[in-house]
Write a protein that binds this ligand. Structure first.
Ligand SMILES: Cc1cc2nc3c(=O)[nH]c(=O)nc-3n(C[C@H](O)[C@H](O)[C@H](O)COP(=O)(O)OP(=O)(O)OC[C@H]3O[C@@H](n4cnc5c(N)ncnc54)[C@H](O)[C@@H]3O)c2cc1C
Length: 498
């Protein structure tokens, strides 16, 4: 019989079904710090609980993250032990703090110390959170994921570029990544991920974003480099990054921007030929306007058919996220374009708040985490309804069990086919295995976001993961708890069976 976590947690999970997707939702008891406790006094809606019961009891559409035997059935015990150990170490704050301190200290200039630290990271965090050093290794990881019923988003882990030379080099890396998907089983690689900050110089992205903001406030302000795109600002979009009229782009800057866009189009063309969609990551608000602008312009070119090639990203932690999503999605529909959106909560919370406050403005991030949860669920709900009506495509990228569960129920209610090329759930590789497997067991398409590349290259990504996983209430706490339960169950089964 399957082991389960205590009944209280199961009851909490049932409550997640009791709210419609677009209503206020409290977070998983296992998710972020500061989340208000669940209110058991609140009444459940009968129909939603019926769906929950149906899901929990093993009928078609089961979505159960607490049946650890079923959840981790595809994971051998040795891998489960390693994963559990890695996540536990990552949750010990003093260990992470010490590791981060060493990484940033002068000690790393000593060859011996550097080698020891890098080898330790390689055999722990790197192997846990990254898919390998190159496309061949990443391909092997995709095959393993496929055996487990999951797909892989290939993330060549390049983040920033300062000049055209490095942008060209980076583009080659992204193109080779697309090429590598041709030797993989069809659709096992679900997406190619790109950061526009890696194929267009940062300084130009900042300048172009300034100009777009100014143009939004004063439409008479001429932009000689305008493209056919979709709306990128809403009425409530903050404009504090651009407080005075910016100078037009110099001819060199204009050329660099054009080259950046051409690189993006080359990548889109290559993805279209390989029949694998391209998802553009979202970054800081300082550069996001031009990232959205170029992404939507590429989508106007490449998303004319039923299966979108280009996906943008909406960060639900931003106060204007939902309004911008509605504007862009509606404009895409008017143009007859199938726009794909990846919806995330957002990864740059502290720097966004710091920059806004240093300029004397309020943070662009929702005032409470509950507002972020509500915004995320509202965006998901809106897009699921669009998909049910045949418009657009959605990647729900989150580790939040409640958001996953609510979206699964909503998709079920709307009759959206589970293996639907317009709906994908996604979690980071090495994180939220329970949610990924729970959604997979419920029959949905689920991907892991898989950064790959040499260890030096993925270090900024690994530091972000270390930050995100530290502390008892971090994103990985549900996984740690469930893995421990499953390991105990296997041990017991081995002893009783022996
Ligand atoms: C497949 C995938 C792709 C991603 N791509 C991107 C990307 O392109 N760009 C990007 O920026 N991020 C990206 N992320 C990271 C993402 O934005 C989140 O940082 C991460 O997934 C944690 O959010 P969660 O939805 O998993 O929710 P949870 O586990 O519930 O975490 C909630 C998070 O919300 C934060 N938060 C938001 N608003 C508030 C608030 N007002 N008060 C307090 N805390 C708040 C908390 O710090 C916490 O980390 C991606 C994540 C995944 C899984």
């Amino acid at each position: 019989m399957a082991s389960r976590v205590p009944r209280g947690n199961l009851l909490k999970s049932l409550r997640y079904f009791s709210r419609p997707l677009n209503s206020a939702a409290s977070s998983s008891a296992f998710s972020a710090p500061g989340v208000p406790p669940l209110n058991f006094a609140e009444k459940s809606e009968t129909s939603a609980v019926a769906v929950a019961d149906e899901f929990q009891t093993g009928s078609p559409g089961v979505f159960d993250v607490y049946n650890t035997e079923k959840l981790f059935s595809s994971i051998p015990t040795t891998r489960l032990l390693r994963a559990s150990a890695n996540l536990h170490v990552a949750a010990i704050e003093p260990v992470v703090d010490l590791g981060m301190w060493v990484m940033k200290s002068k000690l790393m200039e000593t060859e011996l110390v550097k080698n020891i630290v890098m080898e330790t990271i390689r055999h722990t965090f790197y192997e846990h959170f990254c898919a390998g050093e190159d496309t061949a290794a990443a391909g092997k990881t995709i095959l393993k994921l496929r055996e487990a019923g999951l797909r892989g988003m290939l993330v060549y882990a390049l983040e920033y570029a300062a000049d055209n030379e490095s942008c060209d080099r980076n583009l080659d890396g992204f193109l080779q990544t697309v090429e590598s998907t041709k030797s993989l089983p069809p659709s096992s690689a679900s997406f190619i991920i790109v950061k526009i900050t890696a194929i267009c110089p940062m300084s130009v992205l900042e300048r172009a974003s300034d100009l777009l903001r100014w143009h939004h406030q004063d439409p008479s302000f001429e932009l000689p480099w305008k493209l056919d795109s979709l709306p990128i600002f809403a009425d409530n979009s903050p404009m504090y990054h651009t407080l005075k009229k910016p100078e037009p782009l110099t001819p060199e800057e204009e050329r660099d921007l054009q080259l950046g866009y051409e690189r993006l189009l080359k990548l889109c063309q290559s993805c279209a030929e390989a029949n694998v969609p391209l998802s553009v990551d979202a970054e800081h608000t300082s550069v996001q306007p031009i990232i959205d602008y170029l992404t939507y312009a590429a989508a106007v070119e490449y998303n004319k058919n039923n299966s979108p090639i280009v996906y943008g990203t909406i960060q639900a932690y931003l106060k204007d996220a939902k309004d911008r999503l509605l504007l862009a999605a509606n404009a895409a529909e008017d143009k007859g374009i199938q726009m794909g959106f990846k919806v995330v909560r957002g990864a740059y919370m502290s720097s966004e708040t710091r920059i806004a406050s240093s300029l004397g403005y309020e943070s662009p991030i929702h005032n409470t985490i509950q507002d972020t949860h509500d915004c995320y669920n509202d965006c998901a709900s809106f897009m699921l309804e669009n998909i049910a009506n045949g418009s657009g495509a959605l990647v729900l990228a989150s580790h939040n069990v409640e958001s996953g569960r609510l979206a699964a129920v909503k998709a079920h209610d709307l009759g959206i086919g589970k293996v639907n090329h317009r709906l994908e759930f996604a979690q980071l590789y090495g994180m939220s295995e329970s949610l990924s497997f729970g959604l997979r067991n419920a029959g949905f398409q689920v991907s892991k976001y898989m950064p790959f590349g040499p260890i030096d290259m993925v270090m900024p990504y690994l530091l972000r993961r270390a930050e995100e996983n530290r502390g008892l209430l971090s994103a990985s706490s549900l996984d740690r708890q469930l893995m421990r339960t499953e390991l105990k169950r296997r041990l017991k089964a081995a002893i009783v069976g022996a």
